[in-house]
Design a protein around this ligand. Structure first.
Ligand SMILES: Cc1ncc(COP(=O)(O)O)c(C=O)c1O
Length: 437
């Protein structure tokens, strides 16, 4: 069995790849060693770790990452979809810095939060009211809490392989066998019913059997960390129907998918949830989350008349809020249409390269989101995605040698800082990377 924290593990990264990586990243290696003496694994985010050690970023602007070792990489990961405008976009930097100078940490509401909430209510039909928090994790935690308070039930239905952050209940069923997670109370397992993504019959059968015991159904309109797999229209429509019939709130986690249309993936798919969890791009590069939705459900957060206590030192801090406003103003309908067009073109090109290679490759995704799977597909859910396939990390290193920064699991996404030439560059790099595997 491989140990993902063992820097000497050679079953995933070959000696040749390791040597060439170490030659290219001596400063990062020194920093990683220093970091390991003060942080377990040398970092504080499991998903940014890869073997033999992650390389360190010095600065980032537009579509580029400048690494401490002097390399410049094309960033096709964009902080796992957060940096939708690329890095340090001028209007956002200016708005955030101006606001920070005007005072940020105040224990009272400020107008930028009202502006950001107004923008979200205007853009998303299912959103009447918004509460801000500091991460996607907190957003899904509060959405589930609102659903539990509303129904009086404690069990939730979620997707096998669906990632909604790191609070206990949503950690269950994340990697298929997430039930083995240590540190999570066993009681959390009993509170979760999982369903395979895009399995409409299983979803119907589950709700027929235990729908009345559920506090909510939570899902992503495109399964993100579980393989960047779009839901079928039939699956999303069924999710809406079974939850309506059971009188159970439907929660869409749009932490990643919100970029797909001005009103999020729910607008694109024409299915309205009762609650939406948001995060990542709506904070303009600062930590953010939001739970939003129907007025009656959201009224439970009302400080005088509601039943849910919801506080947080940094909730709706004005620099984050104004960063979100500036980002959404840039990310208008025209920008999204263009971003999605480029994404479609990139996925087509990557699939063509995969088809012409000796590997079995399936490219999934939607709009500006994509993932490379080492399987001949079809990829419909976490189990058919070939997730954790042994070639994902070698591909990550091979793409990195070509100057492209992807997720170690083969996931990527575009930012508005990229152009058509970047699409050609990424596909050509993929062709050479596959040949080198
Ligand atoms: C769909 C989805 N939900 C929730 C989260 C958790 O967000 P955060 O990392 O801000 O806690 C993520 C993070 O990647 C996500 O992709």
């Amino acid at each position: 069995m491989t140990n993902p924290t063992d820097p000497t593990d050679e079953t995933v990264v070959s000696a040749e790849v390791r040597e060439s990586y170490e030659r290219a990243t001596p400063q990062s290696r020194a920093l990683a060693e220093r970091a390991r003496s003060v942080m377990p694994g040398g970092d504080t985010r499991s998903v940014t770790y890869h073997r033999p050690y992650p390389s360190f970023v010095d600065s980032a602007s537009g579509a580029s990452l400048r690494m401490v070792d002097g390399e410049t990489l094309l960033d096709v990961l964009n902080n796992y979809t957060q940096s939708v405008l690329g890095h340090a976009p001028d209007p956002v930097v200016e708005a955030v810095c101006d606001r920070f100078r005007a005072g940020n940490g105040v224990a009272a509401p400020t107008e930028p939060a009202v502006e950001l909430a107004e923008l979200l209510v205007d853009r998303v039909d299912s959103i009447d009211r918004v509460r801000f928090c500091n991460s996607g994790t907190e957003a899904t935690m509060n959405a589930i809490r609102a659903a539990m308070a509303w129904t009086g039930e404690e069990r939730i239905c979620k997707i096998d392989g669906g990632y909604h952050g790191t609070h206990d209940i949503v950690e269950i069923g994340v990697s298929g066998d997430g039930r083995a997670h240590k540190g999570i109370p066993r009681s959390a397992e009993r509170r979760v019913q999982t369903v395979s993504y895009n399995d409409t019959e299983q979803l119907k059968a589950t709700f027929e059997a235990v729908g009345d015991e559920m506090a909510c159904l939570i899902l992503e309109p495109i399964l993100g960390a579980g393989g960047m797999i779009p839901a079928t229209d039939e699956f999303l429509r069924t999710a809406r129907d079974v939850t309506t019939d059971a009188d159970v709130p439907l929660i869409f986690d749009e932490v990643m998918s919100f970029r797909l249309a001005p009103g999020g993936a729910q607008e694109r798919r024409d299915v309205e949830p009762d609650l939406t969890a948001l995060g990542k791009l709506i904070g303009g590069g600062l930590p953010v989350g939001a739970v939003a939705g129907r007025e009656q459900l959201m009224a439970q957060f009302h400080p005088e008349t509601g039943s849910i206590d919801h506080s947080g030192t940094f909730n709706a801090n004005p620099a984050t809020m104004i960063g979100g406003v500036a980002t959404l103003e840039e990310l208008d309908e025209d920008a999204i249409v263009e971003l999605n067009r480029r994404g479609n073109e990139l996925r087509e090109r990557l699939q063509q390269v995969g088809d012409a290679s000796s590997q079995q490759i399936t490219i999934t995704g939607e709009g500006s989101l994509f993932q490379i799977h080492f399987t001949d597909g079809p990829v419909r859910d976490w189990r058919s995605s070939g997730a954790g396939g042994s070639l994902s990390e070698p591909l990550f290193h091979a793409m990195r040698r070509e100057g492209i920064f992807l997720a170690p699991r083969g996931m990527g996404n575009l930012s508005t800082a990229m152009d058509d030439e970047d699409i050609v560059t990424i596909s050509a790099a993929f062709e050479r990377a596959l040949e080198s595997l």
